[in-house]
Design a protein around this ligand. Structure first.
Ligand code: NAD
Ligand SMILES: O=C(O)C(=O)C[C@@H](O)[C@H](O)[C@H](O)COP(=O)(O)O
Ligand code: ZN
Length: 353
């Protein structure tokens, strides 16, 4: 039976529905409900799901982080204007986090808000980006700089879409899954230790994968319920991201994917926790092993670049002047926000080098 989670925010309420092998032509028609619609996807996703998507009206965008940009924002807006979309029309994001973030931001902006639905097709998008309404595009200077909080009308998750994902992208999404285990749920962390990347698409592990996706979505739904606008506890979902975003941006989104970059960020946080004696050596090794188990990097290829990269953390949206909100690891399953001076962060990172 499908699993269902309700996300409640001060202005709206919507369901996340999770199951395996259930999104087909009929389901898409039910979602559209005779409304004017446009499915937004990318070239790779379209090539895998052409049979499903072909009967529908789609815009097929280039693959990659470059699509989360003003250029493609404008392109989709132009299309909606040509098609005379109005406030009862609906946009459907069918793809990974790039497509979801861009489509959501277009939906938030066009006529100050039209309906939008998330159908995530990557692990990252299923457990994280499709839920909670952070929608954004990048600015040349910083990641997700132009965006809004704008909730979808529903999220439909079909884990069978993971079957066509290349291993590297599945691995990438596991970084966000590990984030939920490391930061919020030690049982989830334990469960992840019993699996590996190759098993995630095996039919014998289907129930476990549904459980994992559900657990992550429940954690996020609860946090978004308590702090939709990211002024307090939602910032915990940024565990590893201050460093991760700086790495992604420094290499112009070409060398490290989002998941790889935040994995490096979370390992740094764990090493700092070890140095400050909040966790012991064995726990730190468990954390590093889990990232390795899912083929994620533990450090930069060129660790010497770290000090240059760190300059970019001034652009972190959680920073206020010289103070940066820094998410600390206290134990497996427990993280905390700390206000820290930039110089202090540099000192802490130098200590673990
Ligand atoms: N809004 C949020 O809360 C939030 C949370 C986490 C990450 N993000 C953002 O999400 C983005 C990363 O998302 P992503 O990793 O999904 O990247 P993505 O959307 O670029 O997808 C990764 C790759 O997988 C391909 N792909 C997608 N689904 C597929 C499928 N089922 N089969 C085969 N190939 C498929 C895509 O074509 C692409 O090449 C980043 O921009 C990140 O900042 C946003
Ligand atoms: O939903 C949130 O809140 C998150 O922080 C989730 C993150 O995994 C995600 O990468 C998000 O896009 C980061 O947002 P940002 O505001 O730090 O750019
Ligand atoms: Zn993230």
């Amino acid at each position: 039976m499908a699993r269902s989670i309700t996300v409640t925010t001060p202005q709206t309420e919507y369901d996340i529905t999770i199951d395996a092998g259930w999104i087909d032509t009929q389901k898409l028609n039910e979602i559209i409900q005779n409304r004017k619609y446009l499915i937004v996807t990318d070239e790779t996703v379209y090539s895998h799901y052409e049979e499903l998507l072909n009967p529908f009206e789609c815009v097929v965008l280039p693959v990659g982080e470059g699509t989360k940009s003003l250029k493609y924002f404008e392109k989709v807006i132009d299309m909606l204007q040509d098609k005379q979309f109005n406030r009862s029309s609906v946009l459907i994001a069918f793809g990974g986090g790039v497509i979801g973030d861009l489509t959501g931001y277009v939906a938030a902006s066009y006529m100050r808000g039209i309906h939008f639905v998330q159908i995530p097709t990557t692990m990252l998008a299923m457990v994280d980006s499709s839920v909670g309404g952070k929608v954004a595009i990048n600015h040349t200077s910083a990641k997700n700089l132009i965006g809004a909080f704008y909730q979808p009308e529903a999220v439909y998750i079909d884990i069978h879409f993971l079957k066509t994902l290349p291993k590297k992208i599945l691995s990438d999404g596991m970084a966000e899954v590990i984030k939920y285990g490391l930061g919020f749920d030690d049982h989830l962390f334990d469960k992840l230790e019993t699996l590996n990347l190759d098993q995630l698409n095996d039919s014998e592990h289907e129930k476990t994968v549904l459980d994992i996706v559900e657990t992550c979505c429940r954690i996020k739904a609860q946090i978004v319920h308590e702090d939709e606008r990211d002024v307090a506890m939602r910032q915990l979902l940024n565990l590893g991201h201050t460093i991760g975003h700086a790495i992604e941006q420094f290499y112009q989104y070409k060398k490290y994917t989002h998941g790889q970059a935040i994995a490096i960020g979370m390992v740094v946080k764990s090493k700092i926790a070890l140095l400050e004696k909040r966790i012991d050596q064995q726990t730190c090794e468990r954390i590093e092993n889990l990232f390795e188990q899912y083929h994620l990097p533990l450090e930069l290829d060129d660790p010497k670049m770290f000090s240059t990269i760190l300059e970019a953390i001034h652009l972190d949206k959680k920073s206020t002047g010289s103070q940066i909100k820094w998410i600390c690891v206290d134990a497996i399953g427990k993280c905390r926000i700390e206000g820290t001076q930039y110089e202090e962060i540099v000192r802490k990172i130098k200590n673990i080098e």
